[in-house]
Design a protein around this ligand. Structure first.
Ligand code: UGA
Length: 449
């Protein structure tokens, strides 16, 4: 590499993090080689298909085609002097992170002659860097540096998050390795937090745990609002304007899901308990989240009585809008819960129907909102897709057997919902949740007729 030339970058793992990282570094002018073990994934990428739904990513990959290579071969990826590890670290049954994909990357590194740096972007327990360092040394790869550089990308806005980060965290064993990785981010003109490896690993886990804590906190406040007549949306606004607290992650709802929070929360809890510490607060935060999803069932039952034989439409199946990711989505808890109550469960999502086919057994999937709502006894907004902002039409209302909406994301305006003829429940907005379905001897009839 000549002076001034941008180093070539290798990326292990063509999932969300790997593809966004690879595409963004290509956008910044690097030649990037992305390696994955799945032949179908590599074939799709080579032919220009993007195997996941992430805004801006297809355009970025297309624009940087010349600089991006996709491969199944380890040897191609290790030709780069800087190699990012972006493989999955899913939970094991014990709750600990499964690091087998990380170790496969480390173990498959050939005898590199040139100096290189392995950069960990995957979320790993504190102490992983030390262990990888020792393993590299034991294999005669002491000249391969190791840097922890956790990702803070949110699905649905991952490209923007990469290009406009709040900060970049670089944890290194040597100054030179830290400087080499820091230099990659120079064009982004952001704050770089230089740390030791263990602290960098902990920053990632602590940041996610804090975000989860804020969500569970506001959800508990919402539950108290329901019991006392306050409105959590107003409360969050008033609390969030305190500059010491800030407005983010105070949206009350049915709790978090996704590929990160559920696994990272449990992984930190286990990391603490494996180290002899009982992380009480985090335990409570996780439990609040589990219970929060189930409150939806009570809200439906409040209006419908027994759910046996009732048709309930789940609107939004992906764990959040703008992604087709179903991992630990709240819909995965709600659907079997409702099925267990004897309900007929329908599901609608603008992008995740294919994924839902695999993940949601026993659920009737609908291509359109009208199909999902026709003759439904109730609808639950599970994920706040933009499309659902247009839910309050007379066509959809009249299609439902009973026009009941349980808004699990406080997406709609309670007054507008009521004015449009819906019975409307939301989360923590007790003052607006006073609607009661009219008594009827024939629950089969459409109440608005
Ligand atoms: C999260 C973090 O936000 C990222 O910083 C982190 O890099 C990522 O995990 C990761 O560890 O890889 P992500 O899971 O993609 O990103 O999405 P979020 O926007 O954080 O949402 C997570 C869940 O929290 C969603 O189910 C969302 O509906 C829920 N949420 C979020 C709330 O219920 N209330 C809020 O106020 C905010």
């Amino acid at each position: 590499m000549s002076a001034g030339e941008k180093p070539k970058i290798g990326v292990f793992g063509a999932g969300w993090v790997g593809l966004v990282t690879g595409a963004c570094f290509a956008e910044l002018g690097h030649e990037v080689i992305v390696r994955d073990v799945l032949p179908e994934r590599i074939a799709a990428l080579e032919s220009g298909r993007v195997p996941l739904h992430e805004p801006e990513l297809p355009e970025l990959l297309e624009r940087n085609r010349e600089r991006l290579t996709f491969t199944l071969e380890v040897d191609d990826a290790v030709s780069a002097p800087i190699m990012f590890v972006c493989v999955g670290t899913p939970p094991t049954y014990s709750g600990d992170a499964d690091l087998s994909a990380v170790w496969t990357v480390v173990d498959q590194l050939p005898e590199l002659e040139e100096r290189a740096i392995l950069v960990m972007k995957s979320t790993v327990p504190v102490g992983t860097g030390e262990k990888v360092r020792a393993a590299l040394d034991a294999r005669g790869l002491a000249h391969v540096g190791y840097v922890s550089n956790p990702e803070f990308l949110s699905e649905g806005s991952a490209v923007r998050d990469f290009m406009h980060p709040d900060r970049v965290v670089v944890g290194a064993f040597t100054e030179a390795d830290g400087a080499a990785v820091t230099a990659l981010y120079e064009p982004l003109e952001t704050t770089v937090v230089q740390a030791d490896v263990a602290s960098a690993e902990m920053i990632k886990l602590a940041a996610n745990a804090f975000l989860m804590t804020r969500i569970s906190f506001i959800n508990e406040i919402a539950n108290v609002c329901e019991a006392t007549g306050a409105d959590v949306v107003k409360v969050a606004e008033g609390v969030g304007l305190d500059h010491r607290l800030g407005p983010h992650f105070l949206r009350a709802g049915i709790g978090w899901g996704g590929s990160c929070f559920p696994k990272d929360g449990v992984a930190l809890k286990q990391l603490a308990s494996n180290s002899g510490y009982h992380f009480q607060l985090l335990n409570a935060v996780i439990e609040v989240n589990e219970l929060q999803k189930r409150r939806v069932v009570g809200k439906l039952a409040k209006h419908l009585g027994s759910l046996r034989g009732k048709t309930i439409a789940l609107l939004g199946l992906a764990f959040k809008p703008n992604t087709n990711d179903m991992r630990d989505a709240p819909s995965l808890i709600l659907a079997p819960r409702l099925l267990a109550e004897g309900a007929v469960v329908r599901g609608w999502d603008p992008v995740a129907l294919e994924e839902a086919k695999q993940a949601l057994r026993g659920v009737e999937l609908s291509e359109t909102l009208l199909e999902a709502l026709t003759d439904a006894d109730g609808a639950v907004i599970v994920t706040e897709w933009d499309e659902l902002s247009g839910l309050l039409t007379s066509e959809l209302r009249d299609a439902m057997r009973t026009p009941l909406i349980v808004d699990g994301r406080n997406l709609l305006d309670p007054g507008e919902a009521r004015a449009a003829g819906f019975v409307y429940e939301s989360i923590g907005r007790a003052a607006h949740d006073l609607d009661v379905l009219p008594e009827t001897e024939e629950p089969e009839t459409k109440l608005h007729q």
